[in-house]
Design a binder for this molecule. Structure first.
Ligand code: 6R9
Length: 664
């Protein structure tokens, strides 16, 4: 636990405290620690009553539920199961009834800078038409639909339309390769794929539809009967007769009225693949009722959302942050949100700041990796420094995806928030559905680098390897002791893996294992996340399994063996470093460089560009124990460029370390 101890020292060293500004507190949904504590107390005293009250107050139920939490099949917990609702109804129709029909739901800014606005009424009509279109293709409740789309209003429409008819969507990030897409289409058993001809990012057109074609040609995709294509650029694509249909043709004759499919609160709203510690990504299955409840509640509690806010989450709909804080949460809360197609560095690294100025964004939610790269860019080019922009509309900032280092936090707070905006450092995961630990902007004193305290109703704790509670000040393993409504329901098609991954017997089988290490401050009880404790890397806030990358590498005909580890990186948090043994002799010099490039491109093809190793080192062998196990902890030290001081007595081939020390 040496990493945990380092984090412990750092957590101790951080003594700066920042209080919510008085103006913010005055109108905050949770305006004091007393108010926060009262909610926590309510949850502790009557856990089910607490959640039942919130579910009834925040969601529209077509039929009320009679049981709040069913633990009889734990850890397959069920929430509000006999209640009937529809997620899209809660996001759209409810707003039409609440006087928000003409309110702007989405401000869409294209890569080019072109802006279009969609009201709640427009969005409702688009979703209903597309939902009817999906029905006309024979898609119905329980079917799985894969969505492989760019950031667009149409992407949101596709997700909401699935929700409206009770189809379960599985969004695949547009940066994944044909092979990754095919694996997900097969695993989820999709009957349709929704895509676009191309996507536009940073001034470039990138293919989507041709990648779908390639994926479907890889085989085992016979269940896919339809491919629906949103025309984004008009780029050249092939249309397969009887299978492919343009989105605009599909909706042209459809009615803008579509009665929602009322589903059980437990009906799977979506399945989203994420990396785990084996080579195969996990299909994280989420519910409808519990998930939506937490999406709307965290909009209210963490983001203090108000009718006048302009909310901007910069995530992609291909990740869970885009699901909860673009497609569902902001709409369920009746907010106006910005949806951005492009990248933060195009046409220059002032894009985010100029968009905040232009659209008068009030709440801005982004990832530490973006902040760090924009700090660098601003240092190098005064013309795009945030002080050149009017950011006075902002009242709240958020961070998500990875630990935010105190220096980046301070820069964000001072340069973007101008010292007037609370920063909510939100810790959560694909599996948790929504925020778990975060400061409340009108209540919690903030400490840079700490996600502070769990939200009311979330029973976070830190335990040792045997499941025993650890005292504050001692680093350990993060768990959640009670089920909560928006938690993962299962891994699609693999309940055993679900149980083993998240509710392992070593911890008693009934606490949720997050997969992260954490430590609580001795005095404040504040949590600081110390990073993953499994073989999962966090590169620019993207989760990557080391095994996934290793499997991709060894699939290359040149490669005999590969081991992948993370190494700290100033911008991306962690960077991927691969140690590779080729089937032929170890290459050096230019040849090594050339093969490394070839392998990087190979990984991009196998998984996607986000999985490309930053560094590849070649060896005659890998450091192994006498029983043949690769000693990854030694590789981690080598990747960092540090001297090995640990015990290497179990190492069979110590000489190999010298060879692997040198970067190519
Ligand atoms: C929402 C999301 C989850 C992993 C998680 C942890 C890391 C996310 C964090 C954070 C420290 C934060 N993580 N937010 N670590 N502080 N505020 O990112 O989901 O892609 O599943 O990643 O990201 O390691 O376990 P996901």
């Amino acid at each position: 636990m040496s990493d945990l101890n380092t984090a412990q020292a750092e957590a101790k060293a951080e003594s700066r405290v920042f209080y919510p500004p008085a103006a913010f507190v005055a109108n905050a949904a949770i305006p004091s620690m007393d108010a926060y504590n009262a909610l926590c107390k309510e949850a502790e005293q009557d856990y089910e009553g607490f959640w039942a009250r919130l579910a009834r107050e925040n969601l529209h139920w077509h039929k009320d539920f009679s049981t709040t939490l069913d633990e009889s099949t734990a850890p397959m917990y069920k929430w509000f199961e006999d209640g009937l609702l529809n997620v899209s109804y809660n996001c759209l129709d409810v707003n039409l009834q609440n006087g928000n029909a003409d309110k702007v739901a989405v401000i869409f800014e294209a890569d080019s800078g072109e802006v279009s606005k969609v009201t709640y009424k427009d969005l409702h009509a688009k979703v209903c038409q597309f939902a009817n279109g999906l029905k006309s293709l024979g898609i119905s409740k329980g079917d799985r639909v894969v969505i492989y789309m760019p950031m667009s209003v149409e992407g949101i429409v596709a997700m909401q339309a699935c929700a409206r008819i009770g189809a379960t969507h599985s969004v695949v990030f547009g940066g994944f390769s044909a092979k990754s897409l095919q694996e997900r289409i097969v695993d989820v058993g999709a009957v349709a794929v929704i895509t676009a001809d191309e996507q536009v990012r940073g001034g470039k057109h990138l293919p989507l539809k041709s990648i779908v074609d390639e994926a479907l040609n890889l085989g085992d995709c016979e269940k896919v009967k339809s491919v629906v294509i949103y025309k984004r650029t008009g780029g050249n694509i092939n249309l397969a007769d009887g299978r492919d249909v343009w989105m605009h043709d599909l909706v042209a004759t459809q009615s803008a009225v579509c009665e929602p499919e009322w589903v059980s609160a437990e009906h799977p709203l979506f399945i989203l693949y994420t990396s785990g510690s084996t080579g195969k990504p996990k299909g994280v299955q989420h519910s409808s009722g519990g998930y939506l409840l937490w999406a709307i509640l965290t909009m209210k509690w963490t983001f203090d959302i108000k009718p006048s806010d302009v909310f901007w989450c910069t995530a992609d709909i291909g990740w869970v942050t885009g699901h909860t804080y673009i497609t569902y949460g902001p709409l369920a809360a009746g907010a106006t949100e910005i949806v951005f197609e492009g990248v933060p560095t195009f046409p220059n690294a002032g894009r985010f700041w100029s968009m905040i100025e232009k659209h008068k964004a009030t709440i801005f939610y982004t990832a530490p990796t973006a902040i760090r790269s924009l700090i660098k860019a601003a240092d190098g080019d005064a013309s795009i420094h945030p002080d050149k922009f009017d950011l006075s509309s902002l009242r709240l900032l958020g961070s998500v995806g990875e630990p935010i280092n105190p220096e980046a936090w301070m820069w964000y707070y001072n340069n973007i928030g101008r010292g007037n905006c609370p920063v909510v450092d939100t810790f959560w995961q694909t599996e948790t559905g929504g925020h778990m630990m975060t400061p409340l902007p009108g209540a919690t004193p903030m400490v840079p680098g700490s996600c502070t305290l769990p939200l009311p109703g979330i029973m976070s704790a830190i335990v040792d390897e045997t499941g025993y509670d650890l005292p504050n000040g001692q680093g350990g393993i993060l768990v959640v002791k009670r089920p909560w409504p928006s938690m993962i329901r299962t891994i699609w098609g693999d309940p055993d893996r679900f149980k083993k991954s998240y509710f392992p017997e070593e911890f008693g089988g009934n606490v949720y294992l997050a997969g992260d290490g954490a430590i609580r401050n001795k005095d404040t009880g504040y949590f600081t996340i110390t990073g993953r404790i499994d073989d999962v890397l966090n590169v620019s806030g993207h989760r990557m399994g080391t095994m996934e990358i290793e499997s991709a590498l060894v699939a290359n005909p040149l490669v005999a063996e590969a081991a992948v580890v993370g190494k700290p990186d100033d911008t991306t948090g962690e960077a991927i470093c691969a140690f590779v043994v080729l089937k032929r002799t170890r290459p050096t010099g230019d040849e090594a460089k050339q093969i490394a490039t070839e392998l990087r491109n190979w990984v991009a093809k196998e998984i996607g560009p986000i999985a490309k190793p930053k560094e590849i080192r070649f060896g005659d062998n890998l450091p192994k124990t006498r029983s043949g196990k690769i000693m990854r902890r030694l590789l981690r030290v080598l990747a960092k460029g540090e001297e090995i001081t640990q015990d290497i007595s179990t190492l069979e081939n110590p000489a190999i370390l010298e060879q692997l020390k040198q970067a190519q």
